[in-house]
Ligand binder design. Structure first.
Ligand SMILES: Cc1cc2nc3c(=O)[nH]c(=O)nc-3n(C[C@H](O)[C@H](O)[C@H](O)COP(=O)(O)OP(=O)(O)OC[C@H]3O[C@@H](n4cnc5c(N)ncnc54)[C@H](O)[C@@H]3O)c2cc1C
Length: 320
């Protein structure tokens, strides 16, 4: 169990975060560093969950550096992806994205089990006063009192023995539910006292491995824009939603751009591969990229950093 896990439910908290995924844990860590009392509720007992990707992108690596966590992250067992290449029409390789061309501190994608990253974030957040991680608590209802979130209803750990008993009934893969992959987006990410970020606001598919990075970037923007109003208790007041609207305003375009990219790759590449069609890049594109390799920095930036990158606020930064 990560330090900071607590089985005691605090009587009250300033910010309740539902879900200890990349978005929830980064937001929890940053807000705790802003001196705000935060409670993260995660419905699972640990971070070993459905496979949701093991990629940590250059901008998340820079963030870990800013937060003083890079050395610990770097000590985790990992491999590095420095470029993305595909077979060309002439049988050679076409480099589509070269992260080494980006002027970044860590110009590669680190492949690390997501469980290790989430444990590291939970551990780091657990050292901040005011941070509580409640595992095996699933939020089932948000209770509102006018413009204020009066509380959250969550179920109890007694649910898990039932789940374990159900698993013994599995006889074949036909009994297993397939993981749902979709790409969609909420029209409005907020309501009085409630904000959705990460996949809760814009579900991402595995294509391009960009979902974790986008969720982390949302969390950084939310922490930067909401820390002060939260500290001053302005979110629960009348017109408090305008602070939440700012987060959507800031993060909607990056989400829309990356979802459009995912849909395009889905249609142009994945569906064609599934139909058994040839999917080498057009020969002209291959020749252009070979002659002007600097162009490979554009897809590298879109995948590795994403539109509208976020930096850790000064108050959240620590040296290693
Ligand atoms: C099959 C698949 C593979 C993917 N591969 C990649 C990849 O390689 N690289 C990449 O960058 N992205 C990948 N993605 C997308 C990526 O997983 C998501 O975009 C990213 O995890 C979003 O992070 P998040 O924190 O917003 O949400 P999540 O990672 O979904 O975290 C949400 C958390 O909330 C918890 N939770 C949910 N409901 C409740 C509740 N009611 N109460 C309490 N807790 C709750 C969940 O248990 C979970 O821990 C993949 C997605 C899929 C479906």
């Amino acid at each position: 169990m990560a330090s900071g896990d607590d089985t005691r439910v605090p009587a009250s908290t300033t910010c309740a975060i539902v879900g200890g995924g990349p978005a929830g844990l980064v937001l929890g860590l940053l807000l705790a560093r802003a001196g705000i009392r935060v409670t993260v509720l995660e419905k699972h007992a640990d971070f070993l969950r459905d496979f949701r990707g093991d990629t940590v992108h250059p901008s998340t690596l820079s963030l870990l550096d800013d937060l003083g966590l890079f050395e610990r992250f770097n000590a985790l067992q990992q491999s590095h992806l420095t470029r993305v290449s595909v077979p060309g029409a002439d049988g050679g390789q076409v480099v589509l994205a070269d992260f080494g061309r980006l002027p970044l501190r860590h110009p590669y994608i680190a492949m690390v089990p997501q469980w290790d990253l989430l444990n590291l974030l939970a551990d780091a957040a657990g050292t901040e006063p005011g941070f509580t991680l409640l595992k095996e608590h699933a939020v089932t209802r948000i209770v509102r009192d006018g413009n204020r979130v009066a509380g959250v209803d969550y179920d109890s750990p007694e649910l898990l023995p039932d789940l374990a008993a159900g698993l013994t009934g599995l006889l074949s893969m036909d009994d297993v539910k397939h993981l749902d992959v979709r790409v969609d987006r909420l029209r409005r990410w907020y309501a009085p006292g409630v904000l959705c970020i990460g996949d809760a606001a814009h579900a991402m598919s595995p294509v391009g491995g960009v979902g974790i990075n986008l969720a982390v970037q949302d969390a950084v923007a939310a922490a930067r824009l909401l820390a002060q109003p939260l500290r001053e208790g302005r979110l629960g007041r009348r017109h408090g939603t305008r602070y939440l609207a700012r987060v959507q305003h800031r993060r909607m375009i990056p989400a829309a751009v990356l979802q459009r990219l995912q849909r395009a790759i889905h249609t142009l590449v994945i569906m064609r591969v599934l139909r058994g069609e040839v999917t080498t890049p057009p020969p002209l594109l291959g020749r252009v990229l070979e002659r002007v390799p600097a162009l490979t920095a554009i897809p590298a930036f879109l995948i590795g950093v994403g539109p509208r990158p976020e930096r850790a606020p000064g108050w959240a930064r620590r040296s290693a």
